[in-house]
Design a protein around this ligand. Structure first.
Ligand code: MN
Length: 248
């Protein structure tokens, strides 16, 4: 039985091949005990009441996985933070809080989307505080679907404009923020996505070893995942593996 982690699929109506690739990936998870989707599953989400062929296809695919006995967890990213419990229910999934700790074999692992670690991007962190404010979110969800689509379109344009002007370094995680989150949680392993810089980082701090595994973003051609196989867990490097795979 294997546990899978994925993130940053950015599923959208504009990339049907990606959605098909995702459904094939789900259909092939025969040995899955749990699937963790760590944010930016959808490229945009304006509310569970906005039903589309994409949201229906994805819900059908995930609920059949869930019915087969695999637990499915969805964490918010910076693009789909309005995804709610109602849609999760349709997927047979549980909404997972950011910063959740899970047990894999004999280790405890911290799970984040990853945007909270990009503390050098102060402009984004200010925006994030607003976007994650429940009152602000309720105000948005009270608007009509047409208004919300308009707001989302504007937000995407603003974001790509401001990101294009930013130094690439400030859009990666801040190492002090990483260390602080690990210390606060009292664990040595972190899994996250968001930065689209897939890598298995290892370092020492004091006399303790640490590990941060970063998931990659999906394209129509390839996906990224982290796999945990308890049968290989005596060796942590092999038990927890970052992998890229073709989506065709
Ligand atoms: Mn993200």
């Amino acid at each position: 039985m294997t546990t899978y982690f994925i993130s940053d699929l950015h599923l959208s109506l504009h990339s049907p091949e990606l959605a098909q690739g995702f459904c094939r990936f789900i259909g092939n998870l025969k040995d899955a005990e749990a699937l963790y989707i760590l944010g930016d599953f959808f490229d945009a989400w304006i509310g569970d009441d906005f039903d589309t062929p994409l949201s229906q296809t994805v819900a059908t695919s995930l609920s059949s996985l869930s019915e087969s006995g695999c637990r499915v967890f969805i964490m918010h990213g910076n693009r789909d933070f309005l995804l709610g419990k109602e849609y999760c229910q349709r997927c047979g999934a549980e909404l997972l809080e950011e910063g959740s700790l899970i047990t894999l074999g004999d280790q405890t692992v911290l799970l984040l989307h990853g945007d909270s670690l990009c503390t050098d991007d102060t402009q984004y962190q200010t925006l994030r505080t607003m976007l994650r404010n429940p009152q602000w979110q309720q105000g948005i969800l009270a608007k009509s679907i047409d208004e919300r689509l308009q707001i989302a379109k504007q937000a995407r344009m603003d974001s790509s404009e401001s990101n294009a002007a930013k130094n690439q370094d400030i859009m990666d995680v801040n190492q002090n923020a990483v260390q602080a989150e690990l210390d606060k949680a009292g664990v040595t392993t972190l899994i996250h996505g968001h930065t689209h810089r897939p890598h298995d980082h290892k370092w020492s701090h004091g006399d303790q070893g640490y590990r941060r595994i970063v998931l990659g973003d999906w394209t129509e051609k390839q996906g990224w995942m982290i796999r945990f196989n308890p049968d290989e867990a005596s060796n942590p490097d092999q038990g927890l593996l970052l992998e890229k795979f073709p989506l065709v």
